[in-house]
Design a protein around this ligand. Structure first.
Ligand code: FES
Length: 69
């Protein structure tokens, strides 16, 4: 899958975690800054600490972003 040099943030930004109001771009920024685990993202951003409905999505973003680097 060749999507060019920078696959990061090719998607439009959107709200991933409505409980904690965390945007897709914030999650990607943390991953780029070196956070490589879901728990790390949860600690830094609070994602998944409310209703937990975003957990699978956050994990998927994490995986996709790490693979895209
Ligand atoms: S949407 Fe992320 S914890 Fe509820």
């Amino acid at each position: 899958m060749d999507r060019g040099k920078s696959p990061l943030l090719e998607k439009p930004d959107y709200l991933v975690c409505t409980c904690m109001e965390v945007m897709y771009s914030q999650i990607v920024e943390e991953i780029k800054a070196g956070v490589t685990t879901y728990n790390g993202l949860s600690e830094r951003l609070g994602v998944g600490t409310g209703c937990s409905s975003c957990v699978d999505e956050v994990k998927q973003i994490l995986q996709e972003t790490l693979e895209g680097e």
